[in-house]
Design a protein around this ligand. Structure first.
Ligand code: 6R9
Length: 648
């Protein structure tokens, strides 16, 4: 990807300085960069001291057997104690930890004292069900407080959790349970989605036919729908957890004890079980949450809209915010139930000050129209975050104006399941932000962009994103498959972590993410990133969202095919399509003009909102559609195909 086209395409010149008041009282100032670069390990050792250890570590990093890292290896720590008990012991038991908002409007207010009792009861219940330190527990739950409680209960007793998205099929669940060899499954009768109860337990019943290692299923009653029970195996949460003692003494676990496994699908092959451990993970999850969101736990109300089944839910709903004593909102449902202003109603109701969401959601809100958020009081907001995909500059500016009232800094946070915590992001009180760029590695993190030969590219050029130093919350391996860990992440470039993302550095050295390298297109010998063509399309006033793929083409190698969703007000016709092609040509240059533009109402997305371009490539190349099991809604592909004209 040494081509000039990557570097030169998008010109984004808007700049936004941090608000003066925020800068003046920011948790982290520009000094942190200097301090960390002077002595990176001392910097992380200091961040580890933000936590309470039962045995303070004297070692920071053991990198004697790279790339198998050990952080804080001689320390002992209990993650649940750090997320719950220590706040209660500090006299903050009455502080709200979770404002839970059910989709149907039912609510629960859970203080840190309540959470401590509930996590302790659940920990005692796990022990009674025969779960011991080192065992694996699969969690398949909707977005309800019991999901948080279950994860913390596992962490408390040293059981390793594997959370599986509540939308995955029985097959996907079964393969993950088998791979992790889980002993217990925690699930619910169902959850509320789009105004209806949606069953979960039947998928577990089906999966468990193939998982003989599972001894018990602990079932939360959420919807009250009819639920089949297998005698001797299945037990209700309210029967087993509620009668337990609220006393449980947390033991300090080894810093490298496995905290969780989280499966990431990748594009091919069986899902990889990404393994995270205890002390380093919590250190970086907690520090980055404090630094990137500028959390003031006494006054902020934080809301991360991610699902718990995504790494974002692990690090920025459960571990980071709770370790920092945050008050947060957890919402069960979808953004348009019962109406398209639901998110803004929640921000207004709870006075949310920090909002962390995904570009896919922001583009959906753009499509629904500016008038919807305008009906609500969003003046409590002060910091806005984005995660999951590159955010198109136009969506960034829309987020800033229509949600942030033009006053909130936006932190575009780049990271992965594998990195465990945020790696590249602006700091809200420090960075002059640029729409569409994640900008700079955080203090203590080393990232750069290299070419095919592993040479660092000069400013103004593109290539592959790599991480050049180990970091505390890095994955430790692929569960049960060290070789796959080496092959996937550490063999492309000697001694450097290969993230699999394309990126460029601008003239200031700031980093722009360009999407997965698998998605980069090669058109007449030019590398063109799908992200940049998509951003050019989204910068047209008629476009809400787009997905771009390269389809095999006899003359140009690949041809650009764009799938476009229009904004609510735009009218679809041939003139508009011609105008969109020309708009891309004007913005990026003639080489980037899509050969075909297809107007659609939906795009295929994973449960964390990432566009699955692979499936669109199948459509564009008139092939049979590939594996759709990780789609949020597997019917989307039928809808798209039904809408399309037959290909020329
Ligand atoms: C946290 C998370 C990781 C992949 C990553 C990249 C994309 C995430 C991004 C971003 C551009 C950002 N990604 N954040 N791309 N800008 N701010 O999403 O983890 O689900 O494992 O996905 O998501 O392609 O490599 P995960």
């Amino acid at each position: 990807m040494s081509n000039e086209s990557l570097a030169n395409l998008l010109k984004e010149e808007r700049r936004f300085a941090p608000p003066a008041a925020l800068a003046a009282s920011a948790n982290v100032t520009a000094d942190a960069y200097g301090q960390a670069s002077e002595d990176r390990l001392a910097f992380w050792a200091e961040q580890a001291r933000r936590l309470s250890w039962s045995v303070e570590p004297t070692e920071t990093l053991d990198w004697s057997n790279p790339p198998f890292a050990k952080w804080f290896a001689d320390g002992r720590i209990n993650v649940a104690y750090n997320c719950v008990d220590r706040h209660v012991e500090a006299g903050l038991g009455d502080r709200v930890a979770i404002h839970f908002e059910g989709e149907g409007g039912d609510t629960r207010t859970i203080t840190y004292a309540d959470l401590k009792d509930e996590v302790s009861r659940a920990a005692n219940a796990l022990l009674e069900l025969g779960v011991h330190k080192g065992d694996r527990v699969a969690i398949y739950l909707p977005m309800i407080p019991e999901a948080v409680v279950s994860m913390l209960a596992c962490a408390r007793i040293g059981a390793t959790h594997s959370v599986v998205f509540g939308g995955f099929s029985a097959d996907a669940v079964a393969s993950r349970i088998q791979d992790a060899d889980a002993k217990l499954v925690i699930t619910a009768d169902g959850g509320h989605r789009r105004g209806k109860p949606s069953a979960l337990k039947p998928a577990i019943d089906e999966a468990l036919d193939r998982c003989p290692g599972v001894e018990h299923v602990l079932v939360v009653r959420r919807t009250g729908q009819d639920t089949a029970f297998t005698e001797g195996r299945d037990v209700w949460w309210h029967d087993v957890v509620d009668r337990q003692s609220a006393e449980h003494t947390p033991e300090g676990h080894e810093a490298e004890h496995p905290l969780f496994i989280l499966y990431t699908s990748g594009t091919t092959g069986k899902p990889k079980g990404i393994l995270h451990t205890t002390g380093g993970y919590l250190t970086q999850a907690s520090y980055t949450h404090h630094a990137v969101f500028d959390l003031k736990p006494e006054t902020d109300v934080y809301w991360c809209t991610a699902d718990i089944g995504w790494v974002t839910g692990h690090s920025y709903i459960v571990y980071g915010p709770l370790a920092n004593g945050a008050t947060q909102v957890i919402y069960e449902g979808t953004p348009d139930t019962p109406h398209q202003g639901r998110f803004w109603e929640i921000v207004q109701k709870y006075g949310v000050t920090i909002l962390y969401t995904a570009p896919t959601a922001i583009r959906t809100f753009m499509k629904w129209g500016d008038d919807i958020p305008a009906k609500f009081d969003l003046s409590s907001l002060r910091v806005l975050g984005s995660v999951g995909e590159p955010i198109n500059p136009e969506a960034w500016v829309w987020y800033r104006e229509h949600i942030g009232g033009g006053r909130c800094p936006i932190v575009d946070t780049w990271w992965q399941t594998e990195t465990g915590a945020i790696m590249i992001s602006p700091l809200p009180g420090v960075t002059e932000t640029k729409p569409g760029s994640a900008q700079r590695a955080l203090p203590g993190i080393a990232a750069t962009v290299v070419d095919d030969e592993a040479r660092e590219v000069p400013d103004g050029s593109g290539g592959y994103l790599v991480l050049t130093e180990p970091w505390p919350s890095m994955l430790r391996t692929v569960w049960g498959d060290d070789q796959r860990y080496l092959d996937t992440y550490w063999s492309r470039f000697e001694g450097r972590y290969f993230a699999g993302d394309g990126a460029k550095k601008d003239e200031d050295g700031d980093i722009w993410l360009l999407g997965r390298v698998d998605d980069v297109m090669l058109v007449s010998g030019h590398n063109i990133s799908t992200t940049e063509v998509e951003s050019a399309l989204v910068s047209h006033p008629a476009v809400a969202e787009s997905a771009v793929v390269g389809a095999t083409d006899a003359t140009t190698g690949q041809a650009i095919v764009a799938f476009v969703i229009l904004r609510g007000t735009a009218e679809a016709n041939d003139d508009l399509v011609a105008d969109l092609r020309n708009h891309v040509g004007r913005t990026l240059g003639p080489i980037a003009k899509p050969k075909r533009i297809l107007l659609v109402n939906e795009l295929p997305k994973t449960r964390s909102g990432k566009i699955m371009r692979r499936l669109l490539r199948d459509v564009a190349e008139n092939r049979e559609i590939g594996d759709v099991t990780t789609l949020a809604d597997s019917s989307v592909m039928n809808l798209i195909q039904a809408q399309l004209p037959t290909a020329p």
